[in-house]
Structures are given as C-alpha cells and as structure tokens.
Write a protein that binds this ligand. Structure first.
Ligand code: ADP
Ligand code: MG
Length: 153
C-alpha cells in the first residue's frame, strides 16, 4: 500500500506509528511530515527516534532547524523548518551532507525548504479526526514504496 491512511487515536498511538516507520526503513529515507502546528509531527518523530533506540527527550529544533541523533548504525536528522526564512539558508547549513544512505531525515515544514531539499521518499500528512489524528501517506519513490509496504495498519 503505497498510498494509505490510518486513524491514530492518541499520543501513545502516534509514538507507536513512528516506531513502526523506524522499523520499516532500510536507510537513506527522506520523510516529509506535513500538517499544521499541533498536529503531532514532533510526536511522530519522537516515535521514530524511539524505534531506533533513542531513550532521551526530543526537543523541537525550531531555532536550530535540525537536530542530529546518532543511533547505532544510523543517524536520524530531525528538521523543523518552521522558522526558515529562505530555503537558501539550508545551503549554509551544509544540508546536502545530511542526506546519505546511512541517515534518515524527518522533516517538519518541508514546504519552507522547497527547491533546496531533496525529493521525499515518503510524504505524510496529519489532520485532526475526532479526538485523534488521521495520517495519510504517499510513497514518492521505490524506496518509499518499500517502506510503505512494511507498515502494518
Ligand atoms: P507538531 O509538531 O505537529 O506541532 P506536536 O507533536 O508538538 O505537534 O503535538 C502537539 C500535540 O498533539 C501534543 O499535545 C500531542 O500530545 C498531541 N498529539 C499528538 N498525536 C496525537 C494524536 N494521535 N491524537 C491526539 N493528540 C495527539
Ligand atoms: Mg513540531
């Protein structure tokens, strides 16, 4: 299922879905997290990091734009581009070096980096549904399809 959706009832379920995403990766994925403020993008990212064995807290890299997490074989880069003024600023961060076969890139507010970010393997969009959230996802590449095929819903 490369184009799919799931209802996520609460924060704990959001973290679990993030863990599932972590377990479905093979390395090198670029994942765009779309959705308004408060939709749960950082919560989902926390789940992905937990899935890779991260124990500590996860802060929103709103001011630093990106936070790296070295977790065994992989490095997860968690981006929050909400405060990015101009996509060109990403060039100064040297972001091209972040997108390797050993890294997983989770990107909140990817539209702010349009033109400079590489294309996403997987697009996720989070919206409110009842008291929880609905996550829609879409694979954009073969790598993204392989990831999406492993998501159990
Ligand atoms: P964002 O990064 O998209 O701005 P956050 O991850 O900071 O959003 O989450 C905002 C709020 O939404 C938090 O209080 C979190 O507990 C809550 N939340 C996350 N996922 C869900 C969910 N599936 N259902 C209900 N509330 C959720
Ligand atoms: Mg956030």
């Amino acid at each position: 299922k490369s184009d799919c959706s799931v209802f996520v009832a609460d924060e704990a379920a959001m973290v679990m879905f993030g863990q599932q995403i972590a377990h479905a990766t093979s390395g090198g994925e670029v994942i765009f997290l779309n959705g308004d403020l408060g939709m749960g993008k950082t919560t989902l990212s926390r789940g992905v990091l937990k899935g890779f064995g991260h124990q500590g807290s996860v802060k929103s890299p709103t001011y630093t734009l990106v936070e790296p997490y070295e977790l065994g074989e992989v490095t997860v880069f968690h981006f929050d581009l909400y405060r990015l003024g101009d996509p060109e600023e990403l060039e100064y961060l040297g972001i091209r070096d972040y997108f390797t076969d050993q890294s997983i890139c989770l990107i909140e507010w990817p539209e702010r980096g349009e033109g400079v970010l590489p294309p996403a393997d997987l697009l996720l969009n989070i919206t409110v549904e009842q008291r929880g959230r609905r996550i829609n996802w879409q694979a954009q590449t073969e790598k993204g399809r392989q990831l999406a095929d492993k998501l159990i819903i």
